[in-house]
Design a protein around this ligand. Structure first.
Ligand code: NAD
Length: 480
């Protein structure tokens, strides 16, 4: 791959920086992936000012034209899928095919929103003998979009489409651990839009904080961890900005005693280890009835043992490395503490490239059995390849255990009886509940508001609901 130098992008212009950060492949430390321009508070100000100037005319652009540009963007991204997948996989460690899937999901999301936008901004009008009222939806202004490293492309597309369709302009700050793919994607599509509609500033906390405190930014759409979200919320307070937070989860998978073990276990294992366990709504705790526990455990071990661990661009690999040193250290430290406390844990999978094992953030998947309901691996957002199996005795008990968490992003129920599963689903405190799967079907992607309850977030993405995040209502009342 050609070594890339990735500049900032403001007002549809490449902006060089005083310094560049070298980005290394998390699966092969010897490989430099590219050089990323370091942004600063001054760049943030330039980007926000450019976005504001663009907003003054973009807000008046007819909806039809906005929809057409989003659809053209989706086509453009589709044509660049392989290139974008390779750049992103190389920098963030996700499997290249998985990254292509992520892009496909983002494209579908953009097309869904373009379709839903057709009627989403219609005013509501009414009249009586005293007067008439029109309730209109107005754009907010400049939106700050802050994205994490784990699914950077789809999460960026999920912010761009609704923001621009609603008539706002945006400044995107990608994660320092996944900058190149996001910036390449945005540069490709931004030429379709007037200058300043899409702007990109790279950096971490300093640049993030310059964005979240900038007085012209009206709303922050943030996807990332809870600790950062608290800082974002505090900095938004100073200028009373709106906040939209998509945060982490601790998703329970509840297996009912009528579940077909052969059928559900491969799906539960995949829902746990997808992206090496590094996705916000990964299954992080699996509750299994004591009556089927032994058979379930055996099948989980068999399926997990089939994983092949190695470099993300190797076509034979089914589990790539972790994304960064902090992640790697955290997950290894958790495993060490569990071992010290006598956890009944097995290390599984096949190491495909043993000679390169120490040159990447590789961890073999673990399955832990007979886990206590309050064990650390059950209560934290571990964000790594560990699958804890917790036995339970009654449905009432398992509902209580599933809800006993400050997180509430995703969840899943596994059963051969759809009515029974739906009954349990309605008792779960989560933004998303899946039955016999852990992820959205195409219909779910289009119509399910995506987001979490409790400390898993504020607000929603996807579906028509997301447009409400990026508009203000204006009521106009005529007195007859
Ligand atoms: P993070 O919170 O460390 O970083 C997220 C983003 O915030 C990055 O771009 C980072 O540079 C930026 N940032 C850091 N400090 C900031 C500050 N002071 N002000 C403003 N921005 C700042 O998260 P991460 O490690 O990149 O991502 C993993 C987390 O994201 C996990 O908790 C995961 O569950 C969550 N996540 C949630 C969703 C969702 O849709 N709910 C999706 C993906 C990931």
């Amino acid at each position: 791959m050609i070594l890339m130098k990735v500049n900032l992008f403001i007002n549809n212009k490449e902006i060089e920086a005083d310094s560049y950060t070298e980005l290394k492949d998390p699966g092969r430390f010897d490989d430099v992936v590219g050089y990323v321009a370091d942004g600063n508070a001054n760049h943030v100000d330039q980007a926000v000012q450019a976005a504001y100037q663009a907003f003054l005319s973009w807000r008046k652009t007819p909806l039809k034209e906005k929809i057409s540009l989003i659809l053209q963007s989706a086509n453009m991204i589709e044509n660049a899928k392989s290139e974008l997948a390779e750049i992103t996989a190389k920098e963030n460690g996700m499997l290249v095919d998985r990254t292509k899937g992520e892009i496909a999901m983002g494209i579908a999301g953009m097309r869904n929103l373009a379709d839903l936008a057709e009627t989403a901004f219609d005013p509501q009008q009414m009249e009586d003998e005293a007067g008439w009222v029109t309730v209109e939806k107005r754009p907010m202004g400049v939106i700050a979009g802050i994205v994490p490293w784990n699914a950077p492309l789809v999460l960026t597309m999920q912010k761009i489409a609704p923001t621009l369709l609603a008539g706002n302009t945006i400044v995107i700050k990608p994660s320092p651990f996944a900058t190149m793919g996001v910036t390449t994607l945005l540069k490709k599509i931004s030429g379709l839009f007037p200058s300043g509609v899409i702007n990109i500033v790279h950096g971490d906390a300093e640049v993030g904080s310059a964005l979240t405190t900038h007085p012209i930014v009206r709303k922050i759409s943030f996807t990332g961890g809870g600790q950062t979200a608290k800082m974002v919320m505090k900095s938004a307070a100073e200028t009373l900005k709106g906040i939209h937070l998509e945060l982490g989860g601790n998703d329970p998978a509840i297996v009912l005693d009528d579940a077909d073990i052969e059928e559900v276990v491969p799906k539960i294992v995949e829902g746990t280890f997808r992206r090496t366990g590094q996705f916000c709504f990964a299954i992080k705790r699996v509750y299994v009835p004591r009556s089927i526990y032994e058979d379930f455990y055996k099948k989980v071990v068999e399926v997990t043992d089939a994983y092949t661990i190695g470099h993300q661009l190797n076509k034979n690999v089914t589990m790539g490395p972790l994304n960064n040193r902090q992640q790697y250290t955290n997950v290894n430290a958790l495993i060490e503490r569990m071992e010290k406390n006598g956890a009944n844990m097995v290390k599984l999978g096949k190491v495909l490239e043993p000679n390169d094992w120490d040159k990447g953030y590789y961890i073999q998947p673990r399955v832990v059995r007979d886990v206590q309901k309050d064990a650390e691996v059950v209560t934290c957002e571990q964000f790594g390849p560990i699958l804890p199996l917790i036995p339970y005795d009654s449905v009432e008990e398992v509902i209580k255990l599933a809800n006993d968490s400050e997180y509430g992003l995703g969840s899943s129920i596994w059963s051969s009886d759809s009515e029974r599963a739906l009954h349990v689903a309605r008792e779960i405190e989560a933004g998303l509940t899946f039955i016999n799967g852990h992820g959205q079907t195409p219909l779910g992607l289009k119509y399910m508001p995506f987001g979490g309850v409790k400390q898993s977030g504020i607000g929603r993405e996807n579906s028509t609901v997301v447009f409400d995040e990026f508009i203000e209502y204006q009521g106009i009342n005529y007195h007859k």
